[in-house]
Design a protein around this ligand. Structure first.
Ligand code: ANZ
Ligand code: ZN
Length: 811
């Protein structure tokens, strides 16, 4: 480092020192760090690993927005903090480059998605560098590149061979504007999440991943994750597991098969006064009596084109039509009319329900409209409970008996007419798209041999670049390319055709976190050693909008790969945090329409990226949505200048009160970062500088420690001041400071993962200075319900505690 030249004119000198010259300094360090590969993660390091990941962005035309910067800063602070605390940190970045957003942007601008993607990535990358993110750029990945999608295609082939990928013709969500099918998870309030067009239903052949096979595990394993509770609940509700019973009703007159209904309230069977079949049900045609055929046909053909979403609206009028036939209630032997009505959905349960109008709101509306009998199951003066309790007494058949005691009796009486049944709301994941910009599905259709997977050594199936018109028309653009489509069958060598559909982007992002461990591997998607080294992700940051999409898909793929023997862990993201939405200064969602969009690049230009980072952390708790406040940005910039001027206040002596102040700062920042309370950390820095300014000077030692604490938050100014203090480049490779007096550090409990026989089973809070015996540890573990339930009945051989890191229970 060259000696600084000191301007001889005091006035100029004052102005130079009074304001942090962010432009030159930030540019200088971002280039230097990049060239030096300062944040490279060493695969061979002996240090404990820590994997910090952001949900990687799709490289849109408009560059980073302040919402990106919010999450990226939070994860970057954590990455830098862990690095300074002795961890080998993997903090990579990549581009979710295939898919609708990029392709739609290319279409809008009349360009080719290949070119557009490359340009957009360059913009994003420059902005990430500018923001001071401590990324290992040697691991950058681009999902639209063949060395990436080769492995996406291999993933498909592996799942296909395991029976977890299949083709089916079924009604699907069709976006008329994107001109493709989309997954259930991509329909928000009846509209396409991308373009907001009203989604239609279309019957069309598609490819699915069988995520429903994993429904129970996807619910159960949430227990072991350090995720926001609301996200776990979101996934549980989306999976929608219901326990109930199937009950069989026989049809009166005629030799038709029995009708089976799914119910979660079998004890209301006594009150069933009609049965309803979904309009699409294949039995409808057979059920109808001749005199009712015309009206049933009219009704069914009117309803079927309507979407599920329309039909499920609660305020919708309960329309329906009588079939002319009856079933027998197996409990009361009463004749119940069979109706067809659109409030019963084909793809839930058995597609047939028993109507219990006294106790179900939908059935009640229907019965009132169509004048059907209403039979209460409890005495009229009693309310039927949501949860069964002994206090409710039945009428009719089981007169006077409490509901709960009656269940077994009821099931016994029904014999083989009833059986336990479990239903899920979750549907299989629709992965194929009638679009160009994605990985071609590696399947070959042969008239003789059916669908054959492309042999793995022939992957990748390249996405052809010379397609004349890649715009969506409803049939896949690749189908128009003869030299792409025509091929030979890998099984019989006869003429065959390639699948022309492509994989949705969410397939690319369902495994990308694995590729970062070993991004240049050409033999495997990731080597076994590097998987062991880096995975799973320790800290994952990204938006709540991915709760039932990406986050569920990634968990499913991880479990499928675990079952296939590729992975030794079956959950991808150990802890997860969501950044809240950054609103415009007018408290509205930022949008071009409102003219309230803040561009982070403008903020970096005017105030500097340190200010941008600090401000976005200062705004409030990470997970809350909060409005942008331009005045507060200026305030943070002033704070940066005050930090800059601490250089003028350095004295060589140390006073005790200052040392205590610095110790407290270290302790508070440590606690705040570990708890993800970045906003609290920023205000601690501000308090500290206030106190120092009051006293008039700061010791070198304290300033160095202060800079180290601030370094993860404001990497540029701290690096510059560090070097100006004559210290060795780089502050970002320094050790986190230790308090000297260590008196006022409050010990907050640490969250420690608990394994049972090597498998993650939950978490427990332990004081960081815990030095208890194994017996005390056992008591602690047994007091944690979720874990104790998993070891009850087993005899514990040993409990191994690696202080501060992990507990392993051996049974
Ligand atoms: C009788 C009954 C009485 C019901 C009562 C509810 C309350 P969840 O909890 O969401 O699983 N159902 C079953 N299949 C259906 C379908 N294909 N379309 C529309 N509704 C359907 O809901 C299960 C309940 O939803 C079932 O229990 C059935 O109505 C209805 F007091 O049976 B119930
Ligand atoms: Zn063949």
């Amino acid at each position: 480092m060259k000696e600084r030249e000191i301007d001889p004119h005091p006035r100029n000198r004052e102005s130079e020192l009074s304001r942090f010259p962010h432009k030159e300094i930030e540019l200088k360090w971002s280039e230097r760090w990049y060239q030096d590969k300062l944040y490279r993660a060493d695969d061979f390091s002996q240090k404990p690993k820590y994997y910090v990941l952001d949900m990687y962005p799709y490289p849109s035309g408009s560059g980073l927005h302040v919402g990106h910067v919010e999450g990226y800063t939070a994860s970057d602070i954590t990455a830098r903090f862990k690095r300074m605390n002795g961890f080998e940190v993997l903090h990579p970045m990549g581009w979710d480059a295939f898919g609708l957003p990029t392709e739609n942007y290319a279409i809008e601008t009349g360009r080719n998605p290949h070119d557009v993607t490359a340009e957009n990535i360059a913009v994003f990358k420059a902005q990430c560098l500018r923001t001071g993110l401590s990324i290992d750029w040697d691991r950058e990945i681009d999902t639209s590149k063949e060395d990436y999608y080769k492995w996406t295609q291999k993933l498909f082939v592996e799942l296909f061979k395991k029976g977890l990928a299949y083709k089916d013709e079924a009604p699907a969500n069709w976006c008329p504007d994107c001109v493709t099918v989309i997954a259930n998870e991509q329909v928000v309030g009846g509209c396409c999440e991308r373009c907001s067009a009203q989604v239609e239903t279309k019957r069309i052949e598609q490819w699915f991943f069988k995520i429903t096979d994993y429904a129970d595990r996807l619910i159960e394993d949430l227990d072991q994750l350090d995720w926001p509770e609301s996200t776990k609940i979101g996934q549980i509700n989306w999976i929608g597991r219901s326990e109930g019973r199937n009950i069989r009703f026989s049809i009166i007159d005629g030799d038709l098969d029995d009708l089976t209904v799914f119910t979660t309230r079998p004890e209301t069977l006594y009150g069933a006064s009609f049965v309803v079949v979904a309009p699409e049900h294949h039995l409808v045609e057979k059920l109808v009596s001749e005199d009712q055929r015309e009206s049933v046909n009219e009704y069914v053909s009117r309803i079927i084109p309507q979407t599920q979403i329309e039909r499920q609206k609660t305020n919708r009028e309960k329309t329906g039509v009588f079939t002319g036939k009856y079933v027998q209630n197996p409990l009361t032997n009463k004749m119940l009319p069979i109706w067809v009505a659109d409030y019963v959905l084909m793809d839930y349960g058995t597609g047939i329900i028993m109507g219990v109008p006294a106790h179900d709101e939908r059935d009640k509306n229907f019965a009132e409209k169509h004048d059907l009998e209403i039979i209460p199951v409890v005495k009229p003066d009693e309310e039927y409970p949501d949860d069964l309790g002994k206090s409710v007494f039945l009428t009719g058949k089981y007169e006077g008996q409490p509901v709960e005691d009656t269940m077994d009796q009821l099931f016994q009486e029904l014999g083989n007419r009833s059986e336990k049944a479990v239903q899920y709301k979750l549907r299989d994941w629709l992965i194929s798209r009638e679009r160009y910009w994605g990985a071609p599905i590696p399947i070959i259709h042969c008239n003789q041999c059916g669908d054959q997977p492309v042999p793995v050594d022939e992957l990748p199936i390249l996405l052809p670049k010379d397609i004349e018109d890649y715009r969506p028309t409803g049939t896949p653009p690749l189908a128009k390319s003869e030299h792409f489509i025509d091929t030979t069958c890998p099984h019989c060598n006869g003429a065959a055709k390639r699948e022309a559909k492509t994989l949705d982007t969410f397939v690319d992002s369902s495994w990308y976190f694995l590729r970062f461990a070993d991004p240049h591997n050409s033999k495997a998607f990731t080597s076994e050693e590097l998987l062991d080294k880096w995975l799973p992700v320790d800290f994952y940051v990204g938006g709540t909008e991915h709760t039932v999409g990406h986050l569920l898909y990634a968990r499913f793929i991880t479990k499928a790969l675990y079952d296939l023997g590729y992975l030794k862990f079956d959950e991808p993201f150990t802890s997860l945090r969501h950044p809240g939405i950054v609103l415009g200064p007018d408290q509205r969602k930022m949008s071009k329409r409102w003219g309230n969009v803040i561009n982070p690049e403008d903020v970096s230009n005017e105030f500097g990226s340190d200010t941008l980072r600090l401000y976005e952390m200062f705004m409030g708790p990470l997970d809350k949505s909060k409005p942008w406040n331009p005045r507060s940005v200026t305030g943070v910039r002033k704070f940066i200048d005050r930090v800059w001027r601490l250089q003028e206040k350095v004295s060589e002596s140390t006073i005790d009160t200052e040392q205590q102040l610095t110790d407290t700062l270290i302790a508070n920042i440590t606690t705040a970062v570990e708890a993800g309370k970045y906003n609290i950390a920023v205000s601690e820095f501000m308090k500290y500088v206030n106190k120092i300014e009051e006293s008039g000077n700061i010791s070198r030692d304290s300033l160095e420690k202060f800079l180290k604490c601030l370094a993860p938050f404001a990497p540029f100014i701290t690096e510059e001041m560090w070097v100006r203090l004559g210290k060795q480049y780089s502050i970002h490779l320094e050790q986190w400071p230790e308090p000297v007096l260590a008196t006022n550090i409050h010990e907050t409990p640490k969250v420690i993962p608990v394994q049972i026989n090597g498998k993650a089973r939950g978490i427990i809070e332990i004081s960081p200075d815990f030095t208890g015996t194994e017996e005390e540890l056992r008591q602690l573990i047994e007091s944690e319900d979720k874990i104790s339930s998993k070891i009850s009945g087993k005899s514990i051989q040993r409990i191994v505690y690696v202080p501060g890191k992990i507990i392993n229970i051996v049974t």
